[in-house]
Structure formats: C-alpha cells, structure tokens
Design a protein around this ligand. Structure first.
Ligand SMILES: Nc1ncnc2c1ncn2[C@@H]1O[C@H](COP(=O)(O)OP(=O)(O)OP(=O)(O)O)[C@@H](O)[C@H]1O
Ligand SMILES: CC(C)(CO)[C@@H](O)C(=O)NCCC(=O)O
Ligand SMILES: [Mn+2]
Length: 898
C-alpha cells in the first residue's frame, strides 16, 4: 500500500476539517448558532451583565478572530485604567479576544452528555481577552493621550463593536488613580472627551497587590546576592503584610485583608529623589542612563566608609566592617574637590545605594513596629534592577537579622493601575484565579528602540517590520544583560558591584519581563489531580545546563520548522516574511532566556515549548504541520483495517499486549525530535512503524504491563473501568494505529472512552477538532468504533449513510472527544478546558501518551484514579537522565489509584 498517497482528495478534505475554522462554510454555521443563541444570559452574583441577545459575528470572515457584535449592550464597558503618578503614567488595558462560538456538533453533543453548562462556570463567551501593561513619562502626557486615542482604548479598543455607530464619548468614564487623576482630569475631558473616575491611590495599590499576589503564579520573588527566587504565595495565607510602593515618593502600607489597610508611613526620599538629584549631579538625560552609569561606579569615591574613619580597621565590636558605609557622600567633605572632579558613575552608584538602603531600613522599622514578616516592594524605582533589589533585601535582612523578608513583584510599577482596573465591578475580573490567567510574552509590545513607548504595534505588518529592524540595527532585544550583583561583606558592609562592563537592559527588553495576561475564564484545575496544591508540571528543572541543551535543540530545529511553517501557508512571499520574523522573535526569546533564565518568571520546558507555538501563532501560522499531519493520517488509515484484523485474530491477553506495544511503537512519529526527523528520510511511515514495532522488546525500560493487564482482565464479568480519558499525542500512526485501536479495546470492555486532544495545534499533535474526521474514516472499517462514535455524537456525516436497522441496534458505550485547553506538546493540569474538567468527573482511568504529556510533564504526578503513562523516549539525554536508559526505550508506567 502506498504510504505517502495523496490521491484521495475526499479523505484529505475530511482531515482538513480540523482547520476548517478558516473556511467560510464553517463560519456561516457559527453565525447561525450565534443568532439563534440564548436570548439573555444571566450572570451570576451581583455583577452587571452583558446583554448578548442578537450577538453576531461582526466583520470579515477572513478575520482570524472575528469580533462579536453585541447590539443590545447598553453599558459602556471601559477597558482601560490609569495610574497617573508624579513620574510615570501607567496604563492597564483589556483587549477582548472573544472566544469562538464554535457550536459544532461535537461540542453540542458533549454538552448534552455532560449537562448544559460547563461545570458551574459561565457558559457565555465573554471576558476572554488580554490584559496589557504600558507606561509613559508623565511629562509626556500627550504621547499617552495619542496612544489611547490611536487604539481607541477609551472606547473599548479599535475593534470594539460597542462604540461603532456611536461616536459619542459623552458618557465614557475611565477609572484613574494617582495624583494625575485630579491634576489632569480636564486634559482628558478636552482631549478625549472622557471623564476620569478617581479611585483612591492607596486603595488601588493594595487592590492591585492583592490581585496580583493571589492570581498570578510566581508574581513575587526574593532577590539576594544576585539570586532571584520565585515565591509561591498561598492565597489563603497572604495577610498581613507590609506594602512599600517606591514611586517618586514612597508609601508604606500595612495590609490586613481585602480593602483593609492603613498607610502607616512614607518617605519623601524615593525614586524621584534618585532621578532628580542624579540628573542634577550627573547631567544624565534619562533615568535608564543614570541607572546604567551606576553600574560602572565605585561608591567608595564619595561614601565615607567605617574604614575611612577607623584607619582601615573594622569596628567589629558593633558589627561593622571597614567597608561598611558610615556616611553616604561623607567623603566629599574632607576632600577639596569640585563636583566635576567626581565621576558621574560613582555619584550615581552612591546615590542609588543611599536611597535603596534607606528605604529598606525604614521599611524594616515599620515591619518591626507592626510585627510583620513579609514586606513586598513595588513601584518603578525598582525597575527590575538587581543592585537596587539586592540593596533593599540586604538592609531588610541585616537589620531584621533574617526575621523579615523583602519580596518584589514582577508587575512592580503597575500595582495602582491594576487596582484601578479591578475596581470596574462590571468586568467581573475580581474573582479570577491563577488557573484562568495565562501569561504570554509576545513581541508586539508597543516598545521600540529602548524608548519607553513606541507606536502601537497594532497589526502584524508593523510587528514584522519591527522584528526586521531590530535585527538590522543590531540592537537585538537580547543584547543587554542584567547587572552584576553587588558584593556584600556580610557585616553590614556593601561593596560596589563587580563591574563587568555590562549594560542595563533596555526598556524594550525589560518590557518582556511582564507578559500580556490572557484571561481565559473557562480554564479549570484538572479535578483528578491528587494534590493540586503542590502540582508542578515540569519533570526536570530547567537549570542552566538544561536550558543550554534545549536552547541548542530548539535553535537547530528552527530552520526546519520555519520551512514547514512557510510551506503550510503556501510558501508565498508574505509567508516567508512572517516565517523570518517568527524565527527572529523566537531566537530573541531564547537568547533572552539564556541570559537570564528567570526573565519570564519560573520557566520550565513546557513553557519553552509553548512559547515556540505561541510565537508561531503570533505571526499567524495556524498549523505549520498540517500537510504532514494529513499525509500521515491517510497513510495510517490505509493500513488500519489490516491491523484491526490482525488484532482480532489474537486472544485477549496477547491483544492487550499488542495494543500497548502498538501505542509505544507508533509514538515514534514525533516531529519535535531531531533523531526521528532524521529517521523519516529513511523510509515511508508504514515502514518506520513496522520497524519500530519489530524492535519492541520486553521488558521495556519501565514495564508495568503485567499489572495493567491484570487489572484489565481479571474479572471478566465486570467492566474494569467506567470511563477512560486518553490523552493523545501525535497525528498519523500515533493516533490511528496506536491510540484508536486501544480505545476500541476499552470500548469492547464496556469502558466509555474520551479522547483528549489539543485545542490548538502544536507540532504534529492531533487536535480535538481533527479527531472526528479521523474517527469517521476509521469507523468505516470497524463497527465498534462506529457505534461508539455515534453514541458519543461524533459521527454526523457518517450516520447519514447508515441503515435505520443498524441504528436501532446501536447500544454502545460512547466514544467522545474533548479538547484539553492547551496548544502545546505538554500539558499543565492546572489549566485545562472546562469540558475536560467535566469529562474527568466520572473517569477512573487516565492514559497519558507521548513524551510531552507523560515524560517532560506529569511523569511524577499522581492522580486520584488509575493512571497509565505510555511513551517512547526519542531523546538520548532524556532517556539517560530520567531512566538511565537509551533513545527509543519505552515507558509503560501503571500507577493504581491506591
Ligand atoms: N523611564 C523612567 N522614567 C522616569 N522614571 C523612571 C523610569 N523608570 C523608572 N523610573 C523610576 O520610577 C519612579 C516612578 O515610579 P512610579 O511610576 O511607581 O511612581 P509614580 O506613580 O510616578 O510616583 P508617585 O506614586 O509618587 O506619584 C521614578 O521616580 C524613577 O525613580
Ligand atoms: C504623595 C504620594 C502618595 C503620591 O503618589 C507619594 O509620592 C508618597 O507617598 N510620597 C511620600 C510622602 C511622605 O509620606 O513623606
Ligand atoms: Mn504612584
């Protein structure tokens, strides 16, 4: 049989269904189901509701993410909040990313099966969207107004249908905090025609901090001796804490609960002082320039040290080393020098150190005053700067003798703006949880050339041009590196940072430290996790050497991936340009991570692989492997009937073994593995599959088959499992010759089978909306599959051709398909789709298949029910590291629930 056959056009169409979201016919369906949708959707609780009646897809069918028109929505939903401080304006804005209304057949039948709602969550498509963070200098208010106006943020964004046809801004109210909400209210009214609704500044800081600390994973971190460590905050054990916001001035707030706080202190020696004095003393033109200077500075040129006073000796009796600063800038009194005799570098460092240390010390004293152990520092004075954070941490640690802990926030300067944003009750975002927020690091942030802001990179073209320019100018995002940590003496002394000639990371790349937050209200924690509190998806920590290894693997794989991606979009010039921009963007991310592994928060292999897929999506590659997937599906379906016949000739025990063996053998088709890609040049899919099967030799590297077999076959009268969730991996042989036959066997044992597949494409993984087409083809050769697929509501088209008679005899356990909520080769069980969470409730067996889902992630994770983890290891290093084995070893790990 020809393995690479592409002659069967109808089949190809069938397979292509999965990506048919871009086909007009599908969109028409969406429109229909939309207009026929529920009249008014009730929202829970006291939150005001969006009126979705008459909602319809608005705009071009060509749009990838068509906007949804809500003609009956009367509220002006604002999507923007501001914090206008003494130095900087901070903007938080929300861009809606309406969830698709894909009311397809599969979803409808699932809904029937699992009940009308998606669990107890809202089943209406609002609030999916993204939170963006942008800042401007307050002195450049006009640029900020231009930005808001160009993106129409005050009216819900350029694409917002809400204001279309209603150009009036009369009733628009934007939440704003900070002194500028008072000072500039008139300017906003005149320039944008909007009124600013003032939110209390301290209240906003606290609300922002409470939200971020509870909702964002790894928001907080410590920074000592140059080491960043992320802290997992227990949302139920957050209070009390001290919040120190270092803006122009410093506010010190004791926080006891939601809305329960008191500003207990403050200091006028803050960020404005550093920047203001620094500017006068050094003639620097920008804050970043001043900060960068400090890096090459030596503070002992200006600071009077204990050693200066004690003739080079320590004053050890009171714990002061000779290098301890006795008096900041004190040295200058005894020298007959002019300001111009001092190096700006040294001045900047002395100043930075003086102010940071002072703030750390005052904060500690206030923590002591109220018996608080946790101190969180925010405000843009910190600016992710290692020396600043180390100095503050040192002061807190030193004076509290290690009792109190200084922690920093990744969204440092945005606390007030986030708080103001959260005060829009009607957004209903206040109860968002970590599992509903996904952080991404797109390249299209409106930061250009190291400036604090740039033109909004609204469309793809601008984004691509930006990537092109970036590399042309040699100002790669990645060039700047973090500052070296300061040397400390351990006795309260502080030496200068060991100057390595590094430059401060430009604002453009610093902006990458805070991603865009995607809000996906439908995501849930997988209910079958045994211990969700300590769940960690990544099996191996991406330590520096590990990161280096993956950096090489992914870099080497890049040209091939770009080729595939470009080909998948017809190889046009436009596709080539996007492919090039994608490669640059992804390389820049990789290089950035190599410099600073913690740049994007805690980052595991799963995140790295997801980042690659996300970059592809950012440059609008819908499915880079589509052609390969279709070809492999076809080739595999062609041999499926023979395989099924062969299996049916076996006795039950041999058959189960052959099936597991088949899953493992077919898992060899992995376009993410270099070794395998090399292999594919050496034969057809079926040849490779046969070879792979032949090489299977038991015992496998991990071989729990016998235990699983026992569980499946002991009690013949009883069905071994009620419902199995099969987490499938790749297209082609993997799903068709591996997982489907296994599913069929389970169905024969009376077990309901739920095939769990990706929501979005990743490498050659099969996606949830591709599976019904594949099952329909397979069902042509197999009654069990056909009846189960019918029972599971998968076979719309196939059913039409079947005689009534056989329909009547359809009494079968169902075969269903759910999407997992991910678009990555790995799976993070803290964030899965609500349909998967719902399907999981009655499941008593989980089968995780493939390296991404069973090895890179979740290998050591225990579930509340029995779990079978199946994978072929297609990477020598991983085989050695995890199992002391070799490439192409197989893993069959069975973990009974108890
Ligand atoms: N690009 C920048 N331009 C100016 N200042 C910056 C910049 N980056 C960091 N900073 C520092 O951040 C400080 C401002 O921080 P932040 O935005 O948190 O305060 P603010 O809200 O403007 O001030 P306040 O809350 O006191 O009104 C500046 O005083 C300066 O020390
Ligand atoms: C005046 C504010 C609150 C404005 O954000 C801030 O700059 C600040 O807290 N300054 C310190 C004032 C003081 O407490 O001495
Ligand atoms: Mn402020």
């Amino acid at each position: 049989m020809a393995s690479n056959s592409t002659e069967n056009i109808t089949k190809e169409k069938q397979f292509a269904k999965g990506i048919s979201a871009t086909e007009p016919e599908d969109k028409e369906e969406k429109k229909e189901s939309l207009t026929g949708g529920p009249p008014v959707i009730q929202r829970s609780g006291s939150r005001p509701q969006l009126d979705l009646s008459g909602a319809a897809i608005h705009g071009n069918f060509e749009d990838r993410y068509p906007t949804i028109l809500l003609p009956n929505q009367s509220d002006d939903i604002s999507h923007l909040a501001l914090d206008i401080g003494g130095s900087l304006i901070k903007l938080v804005y929300f861009s809606r990313h309406a969830e698709s209304f894909t009311d397809d057949y599969r979803k409808n039948s699932l809904r029937k099966k699992f009940g009308g709602t998606n669990g107890n969550r809202r089943n209406y498509p609002i609030l999916g969207g993204r939170l963006h963070f942008v800042k401007f200098e307050t002195s450049k208010l006009n640029e900020c107004l231009d930005f808001i106006s160009s993106k129409q943020l005050h009216r819900g964004g350029v694409d917002s249908p809400i204001w279309r046809g209603n150009p009036s801004t009369e009733n628009i109210v934007i939440k704003a905090t900070g002194g500028g909400a008072f000072k500039y209210a008139d300017v906003f009214r005149e320039r944008l025609g909007v009124s600013l609704e003032k939110e209390d500044e301290m209240g906003s800081l606290v609300a922002g901090a409470n939200f971020l600390l509870r909702a964002i994973r790894h928001e907080a971190f410590t920074h000592m001796d140059g080491q960043k460590e992320f802290i997992q905050i227990d949302p139920n054990d957050l209070f009390p804490y001290l919040l120190v916001n270092i803006g122009s001035g410093v506010s010190i707030i004791k926080v006891d609960g939601f809305g329960k706080f008191q500003r207990v202190s403050g200091t006028n020696v803050g960020g404005g002082t550093y920047w203001g004095l620094g500017r006068l003393l050094t003639k620097c033109k920008s804050f970043d320039e001043l900060l960068e200077l400090s890096q090459k500075g030596d503070n002992s040129q200006l600071d009077m040290l204990v050693g200066d006073i004690y003739g080079g000796l320590d004053y050890s009796k009171i714990g002061l080393s000779a290098s301890t600063i006795a008096s900041s800038f004190g040295k200058t009194i005894s020298e007959n020098k002019e300001l111009s005799d001092y190096r700006p570098e040294d001045i900047s460092l002395s100043l930075l150190r003086m102010i940071s240390y002072n703030i750390g010390q005052i904060s500690y004293l206030n923590a002591l005053r109220y018996g608080l152990k946790k101190i969180f520092f925010g405000g843009f004075f910190i600016r992710g700067h290692a020396y600043t954070m180390d100095t503050i941490s040192f002061a807190v640690h030193f004076w509290s003798k290690g009792e109190a802990q200084a922690m920093f926030l990744r969204h440092e300067g945005f606390l007030g703006a986030v708080g103001a944003f959260m005060s829009y009750e009607k957004h209903g975002l206040d109860d968002l949880r970590a599992h509903q927020l996904v952080e991404r690091f797109p390249m299209g942030a409106p930061y250009v050339g190291g400036k604090i802001h740039g033109p909004p990179l609204g469309n793809l073209n601008e984004k691509i041009s930006w990537m092109e320019k970036f590399v042309q100018k040699g100002t790669a995002i990645t060039a700047p590196v973090p500052m070296a940590p300061p040397g400390t003496t351990g006795m309260g002394g502080f030496e200068r940072p060991s100057a390595r000639g590094n430059i401060l990371r430009s604002d453009a790349s610093a902006a990458l430290n805070v991603g865009v937050l995607h809000l996906v209200p439908t995501l849930e924690v997988f209910p079958l996790l045994r211990d969700p509190k300590i769940y960690e998806p990544n099996t191996i920590d991406l330590s520096h050497s590990e990161l280096e290894y993956w950096f090489t693997v992914l870099s080497e794989h890049l040209p091939d991936l770009v080729d595939k991606a470009v080909a998948s979009e017809g190889g046009t010039d436009d596709a080539k340009r996007r492919g090039d921009a994608f490669a640059r963007a992804f390389s820049a991310h990789l290089a950035r991570l190599m410099e600073e592994p913690a740049a994007y928060g805690k980052f595991g292999l799963a995140d790295l692989l997801e980042l690659r897929e996300e970059c592809l999506r950012e440059f609008q590659f819908g499915d880079a492997y589509i052609t390969i997937k279709q070809r492999e599906n076809e080739a595999s379906l062609a041999v499926l009937p023979d395989l099924l016949m062969e299996l049916d000739g076996m006795n039950e025990e041999d058959r189960l073994l052959a099936l597991i063996e088949g899953v493992l053998a077919a898992n060899i088709f992995d376009w993410g593995s270099r070794a395998c890609v090399d292999l594919y040049h050496k034969g057809t899919i079926i040849e490779i599959y046969r070879m792979s099967r032949k090489k299977m030799q038991r015992p496998w590297r991990v071989d729990d088959f016998d235990t699983f077999n026992k569980k499946m076959l002991t009690d013949k009268r009883q069905q071994p499992y009620k419902r199995a969730l099969l987490f499938v991996d790749n297209s082609g042989a993997d799903i068709v010759l591996g997982m489907l036959p296994l599913a069929r066997e389970l169905l024969r044992h009376g077990t309901e089978v739920v095939l769990v597949a990706n929501s979005l494409p990743a490498l050659n993984d099969v996606t949830a909306n591709e599976i019904p087409g594949i099952v329909a083809e397979a069902a042509k050769h197999c009654d069990t599959l056909r009846r189960a697929a019918e029972a599971g509501g998968l076979l719309l088209d196939a059913m039409a051709g079947i005689e009534d008679e056989s329909k009547a005899s359809t009494v079968s356990v169902p075969l269903m398909v759910v999407e997992n909520g991910c678009g990555s080769p790995c799976i993070d069980f803290r964030q899965v789709s609500s349909e998967l969470a719902e399907a999981a409730k009655e499941a008593d067996l989980i089968i995780l298949e493939g390296m991404g889902r069973a090895l890179h992630t979740n290998l050591n994770v225990r579930f509340k029910c029995d779990a079978l983890k199946l994978a072929m290891i297609k990477n020598q290093r991983l085989a050695e590291k995890l199992f002391g084995g070799n490439i192409y070893d197989c893993i069959c790990r069975f973990e009974p629930a108890d």
